[in-house]
Design a protein around this ligand. Structure first.
Ligand code: PAF
Length: 278
């Protein structure tokens, strides 16, 4: 496994790599969710690159950039076990050198939900993902459904800018009690961790009711909201959304694929999750 910090060296290694070449972009602090992406990518590609970069431009002011967990040695050991060929672990200066002043600004899809709660977030994501795609030129790139809006923004980005990368979306990996795996789960206190599966219970209840014929957007959003409100450790429900998968516009009635998604705060920790209804 080659570990590369320098962008030109990475681009060169990727040019020389056998094809197809898969890329799993990450911010490190790897867990089973990331490793599931890595395993899928390993099966589907001749060569596999993983990037590890805590991208400062996708964190808003006051967010958890400085306390975001980092453990490069552990991450590298995990990736070695998975048979990864190339790891790109650049510094911030390597990605954003002095004078850096070009941004990829996604449109309306990125203004809603996470974009509304975290201004500039998707501009940061779209910029770094475009840079990674340009350096690595992967045939396929792997993202988790857990960050459902991110997936939609990246699919749009690839289409609009003709990036020529196949975006592979991998189902959310969950703990046995339903909690979606996330780096931010490590911030939860034991009590909050016990309460957190309420998110999946609420989404699942709406999914079941939808399968039994409930199709009204407001009805389904209320089901989720009511279940979340029953959990005292959920201090804030930032949003409950049932939106069209193409546009992320809120739906009055489901007709086609819809993303039911939530963002809640348990204490200081903000968790998101989603299920696709159709
Ligand atoms: O999903 C993530 O970990 C990040 O948003 C990504 C795609 C690696 C970009 O920094």
């Amino acid at each position: 496994m080659r570990i590369i910090e320098n962008s030109q060296e990475m681009a060169q290694a990727c040019r020389e790599a056998c094809r197809p070449l898969g890329l799993v972009p990450t911010m490190g602090a790897l867990h089973e969710g990331h490793l599931t992406l890595v395993r899928r990518a390993r099966q589907e590609n001749q060569r596999l690159a993983v990037s590890i970069f805590v991208n400062p431009t996708q964190f808003s002011q006051g967010e958890d950039l400085s306390r975001y967990p980092r453990d490069l040695e552990r991450d590298l050991a995990l990736l070695r076990q998975e048979g990864v060929d190339l790891v790109y672990a650049p510094s911030s200066k390597e990605i954003y050198p002095p004078g850096f002043d070009t941004w990829v600004d996604p449109g309306a899809l990125a203004d809603r939900l996470e974009g509304a709660a975290r201004p500039g977030h998707f501009r940061g994501v779209a910029t770094v993902v475009t840079k990674l795609f340009n350096l690595v030129r992967p045939d396929r790139a792997y993202f988790g459904q857990k960050d459902g809006q991110q997936v939609l923004v990246i699919q749009r980005l690839v289409l609009d800018l003709n990036l020529g990368v196949e975006v592979v979306v991998v189902p959310t990996v969950r703990e046995p009690d339903g909690l979606a795996l996330s780096t931010r789960n490590s911030y939860l206190t034991p009590e909050q961790r016990k309460a957190a599966p309420v998110i999946f219970r609420a989404l699942s209840q709406a999914l079941v009711l939808h399968r039994h014929g409930m199709a009204g957007g407001e009805e389904l959003r209320s089901v989720v909201r009511r279940i979340l409100e029953l959990e005292p450790l959920v201090e804030q429900i930032e949003y409950v959304s049932l939106a069209d998968c193409g546009t992320l516009e809120e739906l009055d009635v489901i007709a086609g694929r819809a993303m039911l998604s939530v963002a809640v705060r348990l204490g200081q920790t903000r968790l998101i999750d989603n299920l696709i209804l159709y």
